[in-house]
Design a binder for this molecule. Structure first.
Ligand SMILES: [Ca+2]
Ligand SMILES: [Ca+2]
Ligand SMILES: [Ca+2]
Length: 175
C-alpha cells in the first residue's frame, strides 16, 4: 500500500521534472523547443535569442525529419531574406547546406515575404512579417555539437528528491 503511494508520488515528480524543462528535446547535442504560440517571426527570433539560441537552422534532411517527428505544427525557421531581397540566409549565421521549398516558393507574395515557415505540408514557404505562428528555438548544449544530452538542473533535483523519498520509505518498511 505504502509502496504504491510512493510509486505514484515518484511518477508525479518525474512528470513535473519533464514539464520544468519546457518540453525541450535533444538531437545530436542541440536542444529544441517551441516558442510561445502566435508570434511574428521577429518576435519568435527575439524569444529564441533571450533563451540563448536562434530560430532553428535546418542543416540536413535528417535534422528536418527529426523536427517533423517531434513537433506536430507549422513553425518558424531561422531562414530569412530580410537583409537582401531574394537572398535567404540563416539567422544563426550557419552555412546553407539544405533547403526544402514548397513548389513555387519562395514567391515573396505581395512584394513582402521575408520570413520562412515549415508548412503543414512539411516543406518551406516564405511569409510576411505580420504572420503569427510558433517558432522552434535551437540551442547548442555545452557550446559544441555532439551527442551529449544533459538533463536540466530542475530535472536532476526533482529526480533526486523522488529517489531519496523512495529510499527513505524502503528503509522504514525494512525496519
Ligand atoms: Ca540545426
Ligand atoms: Ca522576400
Ligand atoms: Ca510565399
Amino acid at each position: 500500500m505504502k509502496r504504491s503511494i510512493v510509486g505514484i508520488i515518484f511518477v508525479v515528480l518525474c512528470c513535473i521534472a519533464l514539464v520544468g524543462t519546457g518540453y525541450a528535446v535533444t538531437y545530436v547535442g542541440h536542444d529544441y523547443q517551441l516558442t510561445s504560440p502566435g508570434l511574428t517571426w521577429l518576435q519568435a527570433e527575439a524569444e529564441a535569442v533571450a533563451a540563448g539560441g536562434h530560430l532553428v537552422t535546418i542543416n540536413s534532411e535528417a535534422e528536418e525529419d527529426w523536427l517533423l517527428a517531434n513537433f506536430n505544427t507549422r513553425f518558424w525557421i531561422g531562414f530569412t531574406d530580410q537583409a537582401v531581397e531574394g537572398t535567404f540566409a540563416w539567422i544563426s549565421g550557419e552555412a546553407i547546406t539544405y533547403t526544402n521549398w514548397n513548389s513555387g516558393e519562395p514567391n515573396n507574395a505581395g512584394g513582402g515575404e521575408d520570413y520562412t515557415e515549415m508548412t503543414n505540408l512539411s516543406n518551406w514557404n516564405d511569409l510576411p512579417s505580420t504572420s503569427v505562428i510558433p517558432g522552434i528555438i535551437e540551442k547548442v548544449i555545452g557550446g559544441g555539437p555532439g551527442p551529449i544530452p544533459t538533463p536540466e538542473p530542475t530535472t536532476m533535483l526533482l529526480l533526486g528528491l523522488g529517489l531519496m523519498g523512495l529510499a527513505g520509505v524502503r528503509r522504514k518498511i525494512q525496519k
